[in-house]
Design a protein around this ligand. Sequence first.
Ligand SMILES: *Cc1c(COP(=O)(O)O)cnc(C)c1O
Length: 408
Amino acid sequence: MTSRRNLIKSLSLLPLAGALKPDFFIKKNSASELPKSAKRDYFKELGVRTFINAAGTYTFMTGSLMREEVKNAYIATSYDFVNYHELQDKVGARLAELLDCEAATVTSGAAAAITLGTAGTLTGLDPEKAGMLPHLDGTSMKTEVIMQRKHAIEYAQAIENCGVKVVYVDTAKELEKAINKNTAMYYFVNFLNYEGEIQWQEVLDICQKHGVPTMIDCAADVPPVENLFRFQRMGFDMVCFSGGKGLRGPQSAGILMGKKKYIDAARLNAPPFGDTIGRGMKVNKEEIVGMLAAVEDFLSRDHEADWKLWEGQINLVQNAVKDFEGMNTEIKVPELANVVPTLHLNWDTSKIPISGDELKEEMRNGHPSIEIAGGGKNSVSITTWMLKPGQERVVASRLNEILTQKTT
Ligand SMILES: *Cc1c(COP(=O)(O)O)cnc(C)c1O
């Protein structure tokens, strides 16, 4: 009796805020005192081989490595419950402010941003309609999405998930003709701007004239950092980015941003709502905040220093291979998407008797394993932006070693 009263008394003497703070109960681990589980070598236990990524941001190579800020955000947010809607609202508002657009939301990747954005143009803010997708027959929803035939990439499947029919056009005239009362949206693939006959502004002019919402897929379009702002300013209603490529956020996150009415409608089709086409496209709270941390980190980075690092690394690799007789090397920077120094190698197989595929395979099978891109008969390509500093030396010496073996 007395002891109970004393206990209550002594509890009341504790600083209340401190007593109720979650870290009163669960100790957070700082990086310097990692828990045992963080030191476990899961990949080794599983027999999954790690590799040096001199290829780029490929989904099957698990995208990019998250920045420390992202990992810290992930862990820091893993100790408490929050309301999913509130978190998405507030992270979305912060992203919109950072990215200078009306609204934004975190999706489970750019492909999900495409599906959810498309769904929103069909359902608007009507939850009943969201429950009907992908079935459009007999509803009042629109049924068509237009794109240029040259923009028909594999990821455009994300649009068809919504049950719509894709209408392909080649020219501005065809676009004008294709727009009708069933047109829900126009889909543009940024990196194919110069491939298609109709480019950014002309597409926007035509679609805006007819009140057709526009979406641009910019999944792999940072760096440069300006691209995070460029397309909403240009006038696209919805802009989609991958979180797990150049932004170096969680691989299973991405951003849909743009006009508020489209972002709000997209969210109606997304988790936590159960009867939606996007229910399987869940982003956990840690990834939602991790995506914000990635954007903050990306915006505040010294991009020139990043560039100098990548360039120095690629020059080192080029120097290790360029003097082999019959070898052509060239460093190029793509104009759109994966805008980083890229080393292209192609060679005369009568002087260097190995195919591109074989070289790739030998790089992969060495110790450590190294992934490069391209392949085929007599060429490969290499980027350095996914390397950890220092790994360029390993890539350079291994390439040199293989080529030396083949030519002597
Ligand atoms: C990578 C990519 C996507 C898919 O992005 P995720 O974030 O992996 O869903 C879509 N479109 C283009 C052009 C891409 O490069």
